[in-house]
Ligand binder design. Structure first.
Ligand code: MG
Length: 166
């Protein structure tokens, strides 16, 4: 049975931080503010995968009060989400995601992002979609105050045995 999950994340753009999106460091004047490396794209995908298997969200699994996650690479969050899929005998069918950013240009980095995401999830890069759009200069994204990301995940989970309650 295929289950779907949805994820959304946003982080503020600030000076003095490196910018990580989709596991790729992108040269830019600003980076995303957050406790970990603040990779909004990986966070959205992590939540999508967790949601597909009915787990709690990334903020509860990896609280921003935990010193261990300070400046942590968000790849470890994605790897943990994938591990929870495997623990249920599940298999990630595909991931799709959109970044909403006024700048920098995302497209040149998308192929590498797909590789990094696929590698963290243990799936083929062809199963990972990443797109980018601007917010047409409107709102907080349009004012370059932050970057948003949304994602969906499809996860194939074995049917419960006949007679099981769930
Ligand atoms: Mg986040």
């Amino acid at each position: 049975m295929v289950h779907v999950g949805i994820g959304y994340d946003v982080h503020a753009l600030v000076e003095g931080r490196r910018l990580f999106l989709g596991g790729v460091e992108i040269p830019h004047t600003h980076g995303l503010e957050g406790h970990s490396d603040a990779d909004a794209l990986l966070h959205a995908i992590t939540d999508a995968v967790l949601g597909a298997v009915g787990e709690v969200d990334i903020g509860h699994l990896f609280p921003n009060t935990e010193p261990a996650w300070r400046d942590a690479p968000s790849r470890i969050f994605l790897e943990e989400a994938a591990r929870r899929v495997t623990a249920r005998g599940g298999r990630i069918v595909n991931i799709d995601a959109s970044l909403v950013a006024e700048s920098p240009k995302i497209f040149p980095h998308i192929a590498q992002m797909k590789e990094r995401i696929a590698s963290a999830l243990g799936i083929h890069p062809g199963k990972v979609g990443v797109k980018a759009t601007t917010n047409e200069r409107m709102g907080f994204v349009g004012r370059r105050e932050g970057i948003a990301a949304m994602a969906v995940a499809a996860v194939d989970i074995p049917e419960a045995m006949p007679g099981a309650t769930h």
